[in-house]
Design a binder for this molecule. Structure first.
Ligand code: SAH
Length: 350
């Protein structure tokens, strides 16, 4: 292997950080051999902390109604081909009930940004979930809100919050989002969430339009500095009714390479093998786990809405991607030497 590449991987594995230019070099000059070595280190680090366990989360897609117009996203406000829905608190509680019976101890409530889920409704819902499922964690992924709102939701029982930063480069951010949205506001939200005491997740898409290795290097540096508890990364996948409908998708190869790097930067991070990864490759989840990921998030939404939460084309929601088929997921993980566990799956502080 190229000597410089080899020494950068050794450095990352021991120091858990690289300089910005070094991250870029690593990405730009990556080889199959380098990916293999990185994955070996990443899996080693992950096994030391989490053994061979994989945590599961029940993903409830609460609504595809969104006031935002993100250029990549299939549920953007301007997409008139999207059939809109929202789930009521009763429907969400029903999903938790089924999820609980299937062994899930974390529920993730994800959705577009809309006025339906205002603070009072969400606080009541959180209180109700926590009253019945006191041994479960609740993760919210409902976009940008005020600090006061985040505080109220945390007080009502929300444990974790996922808000991908999407890209750590402000100019690139501007190319993926409408002008009403700003990188600064996104980062403000992430810092507020952390200050309040949530377990916080950031993340980005791999291969999004206009993305360069220099941008990805900035994403990695951002993760190194922000120290998230969770990090969601997955390939960008075009959705035909969006302005990026004709762009090409990100790759499994680069996503897995970055998963390994992120595991080495943050050894204890909760790192999902995402649905997007499972969508572009039928062994995407397995490949993600074998690169250092330790979480999977099967779909727990009602069957009637699954085809409507179409962030991107051909999004999978059945088979091992479906919470109801958790047995298939158990089998698939077992086949690569991993064990699904039924627990909250909090971050291990080291
Ligand atoms: N409204 C919430 C949830 C957004 S959907 C929020 O703002 O956080 C969750 C994630 O899906 C997004 O953060 C984005 O990174 C990802 N996503 C959206 N469109 C996508 C696409 N076309 N391909 C891949 N991932 C996409």
């Amino acid at each position: 292997m190229n000597k410089q590449l080899f020494s950068l991987i050794e450095k990352l594995a021991t120091e858990h950080r690289l300089a910005l230019a070094e991250y870029e070099f690593l990405i730009e000059n990556r080889t199959v051999e380098a990916a293999k070595l990185l994955a070996e280190y990443a899996v080693g680090v992950r096994k030391k902390i989490y053994g061979n366990t994989v945590f599961i989360r029940g993903l409830i897609e609460v609504s595809n109604i969104c006031k935002n117009d993100c250029l990549y996203c299939g549920i953007r406000r301007s997409n008139s081909n999207c059939q809109r829905y929202y789930l009521t608190s009763e429907e969400i509680l029903e999903r938790c009930q089924e999820g609980y019976e299937l062994g899930f101890r974390t529920f993730v409530l994800q959705g577009g940004e809309n006025g339906y889920y205002e603070d009072d409704l969400l606080c009541e819902l959180l209180t109700a979930i926590k009253a019945v499922y006191s041994d479960c964690a609740v993760t919210l992924s409902l976009g940008e809100r005020s600090k006061e709102s985040y505080q109220k939701l945390h007080d009502a029982g929300a444990d974790r919050y996922l808000l991908r930063h999407e890209t750590a480069d402000a100019v690139h951010y501007g190319k993926l989002h409408p002008k009403e949205l700003s990188f600064e506001e996104r980062i403000r939200c992430l810092h507020d969430l952390k200050e309040i005491g949530y377990q916080v997740g950031c993340g980005f898409m791999v291969g999004s339009p206009y993305q360069t290795s220099a941008h990805l290097a900035k994403d990695l540096e951002f993760i190194e500095k922000f120290k998230p508890d969770m990090c969601g990364i997955g390939p960008f996948i075009p959705q035909k009714d969006t302005p990026f409908g004709q762009e090409s998708a990100g790759t499994v190869e680069l996503t897995c390479f970055l998963l390994s790097i992120i595991r080495l930067i943050r050894p204890n991070v909760l790192l999902p093998a995402t649905t997007a990864l499972g969508t572009i490759d039928s062994f995407g989840r397995e490949k993600g786990i074998l690169s250092g990921a330790n979480v999977v998030m099967p779909n727990l939404s009602p069957a009637s809405v699954r085809r409507k939460y179409l962030l991107y084309d051909n999004k999978v929601s059945d088979g091992a991607e479906s919470a109801q088929c958790v047995e298939e997921l158990v089998r698939r993980m077992k086949s690569i030497g991993y064990e699904i566990v039924s627990s909250r799956g909090d971050i291990k502080r080291i």
